[in-house]
Design a binder for this molecule. Sequence first.
Ligand SMILES: C[S@@+](CC[C@H](N)C(=O)[O-])C[C@H]1O[C@@H](n2cnc3c(N)ncnc32)[C@H](O)[C@@H]1O
Length: 275
Amino acid sequence: MSDDYRAVNRALWDERAPVHAASPDYAVAQFVADPHHLSQVVTFDLPLLGPVEGLRGVHLQCHIGTDTVSLARLGARMTGLDFSAAALAEGRRLAEAAHADVDFVESDVYGAIDVLPQGEFDLVFTGIGALCWLPDIRRWAAVVATLLRPGGRLFIREGHPVLWSLAEPRDDGVLAIDHAYFEQPEPLVWDEPGTYVETEAQLHITLSHEWNHGLGEVVSALLAEGLQITGLVEHDSIPWDGLPGMMARVAAGEWRLADRPERLPHSYTLQAVKG
Ligand SMILES: C[S@@+](CC[C@H](N)C(=O)[O-])C[C@H]1O[C@@H](n2cnc3c(N)ncnc32)[C@H](O)[C@@H]1O
């Protein structure tokens, strides 16, 4: 596996980070206006996440830091890690404006154990469009296990691999599998304009390299690292319009298939504890 995917994907994210920070969908202004504002993602997570006050947490692939700052507002001591310098610049700006004490660290996920303390985190938090950028789920699980202290917990809510294996939305409403469900050595190469937030911005970088990881592959990778699975919940909603034209916005920033959403696992929350 060549490392070219990193340069390709980093360019994509560097261009999108300021656009996302300016979009109403990430609600950056609300963090500044309301000291109690939390991201819709973390608000959704709260019932399964539980209290995080006092926990030392790291948010892998933290993007522009809206979820990282939300966890800090709930009392966790947060570090956000991402490989996009532009995303981290937005995160630092947000944390300062929101009076949140968050450290932001620039690194590839696979390099996290070289730039962060090993075995000291109570909480590794990640997801919502994170795993699809990583070619090897076992390597990711090893990073998570190395960062956690014994008894520390992984919390991930992520897009469901079944959703990511679907064909482009069809006029007849049929959900058809068209892409790999299982992790493949070669990436899915996309060349698409636009992004998942509301914006008028013209984006010029359109190429990305992505991978799917089956649910069993994610669970098995964590088990192989000695983590104990403590929760796995599949949801019938997702916090972005995953199938444009087929989904409707529902409560709390979530999207769901408009027609018979019970056909599709949209996202999942997986929790695991290091023994
Ligand atoms: C969809 S965003 C993460 C979403 C986050 N949950 C949010 O909405 O704020 C994906 C993030 O992963 C980061 N990323 C992608 N590949 C990465 C890698 N190999 N190492 C570190 N960060 C990476 C990107 O820079 C981007 O900020």
